[in-house]
Design a protein around this ligand. Structure first.
Ligand code: GUN
Length: 292
């Protein structure tokens, strides 16, 4: 078994981004700028946004975190988004999900100018991705592609099984792996909570992408010998063992599955770090007007 090491790959790509950001700043007299809006105080979201902001600064981007109480109205949030859309000093805008129940995430996603949508969630970016046109690719699937590319893993002709059909990971991942690109050219099965015979479907996968959000959901009896296993899960549990007060678990039973896999991502230290890289790359591309 070989480790798909998010720490190593993300450090290398972030160094490249840092150099490109410095060149951008020297040329244009300002840094690439990402704004993240965080509504409410969900523990996971707070951690993710703080990490995104910290990583922006590490690579020489400007970062702004705008915070609202969970009772902000949908209209007020959309008004703020429209203001940011017009601000030429801001390259990328993300609104951290999930949002409080009274705010429709679809309306918010569509309110963001697709040219600043560095999360790649806007229907225009999603449609262009499916057509293989220049677009912003959602950060987590993008990070996974960069990781496969880094290790020179040839995915062409392989059977890929994606577990979970979320808008953020599973659905875009299934589209990307099926595209006529490298990485890509897979025969893709997208499985979900209504899939019949899930175990048999996953067992057929040369590549398994687990994105369901359930601790240790993918067990060794579900995985083919020699499979490439990508674990997207970040499941938090309270723990007295760590300084942070919580411990992270993947969607894959790493201890057992790693005995069968040819390649596998750890949690933590795998896909989570690559998500940040995907976001940083999108933000740099937005600043440099490389996509639109
Ligand atoms: N919530 C979980 N993952 C993401 C992400 O990649 N972007 C945003 N905006 N919210 C998230």
């Amino acid at each position: 078994m070989k480790l798909l090491d998010g720490k190593e790959v993300s450090a290398k790509i972030k160094q490249d981004i840092k150099e490109e950001a410095a060149a951008f700043t020297a040329e244009f007299g300002r840094r690439p700028h990402l704004v993240a809006i965080l509504v409410g105080n969900d523990g996971g979201s707070e951690t993710y946004v703080a990490s995104k902001m910290r990583n922006c600064e590490l690579v020489g981007f400007e970062s702004t975190n705008i915070r609202y109480e969970s009772d902000i109205t949908e209209d007020a949030l959309i008004a703020k988004i429209q203001e940011i859309n017009k601000d030429e000093t801001i390259d990328g805008l993300i609104v951290q999900l999930p949002l409080p129940k009274h705010i429709d995430p679809e309306k918010i996603t569509e309110a963001i100018d697709y040219r600043k949508d560095v999360d790649g969630f806007h229907p225009i970016n999603l449609g262009r991705m499916q057509r293989n046109l220049p677009c912003f690719i959602p950060a987590t699937p993008y990070g996974i592609l960069l990781m496969l590319e880094h290790y020179g893993i040839d995915t062409s002709g392989k059977k890929a099984v994606v577990v979970g059909r979320s808008n953020i990971v599973g659905s875009p991942m299934s589209i990307l792996l099926a595209r006529n690109t490298n990485p890509g050219n897979c025969t893709v099965t997208l499985t979900h909570s209504r899939t019949a015979n899930l175990k048999e479907e996953v067992l057929a996968g040369d590549i398994v992408v687990a994105a369901i959000g359930k601790k240790n959901f993918v067990t060794a009896d579900m995985v083919k010998d020699g499979a490439i296993v990508i674990d997207v899960g970040i499941n938090r549990e309270d723990s007295t063992e760590t300084k942070s007060g919580f411990k992270l678990y993947g969607d894959v039973d790493f201890e057992e599955v790693s005995k069968k896999a040819s390649w596998i991502t750890p949690v933590p230290g795998g896909v989570g770090l690559m998500t940040i890289v995907g976001l940083l790359k999108n933000t740099l591309q937005a600043a440099k007007a490389e996509v639109y």
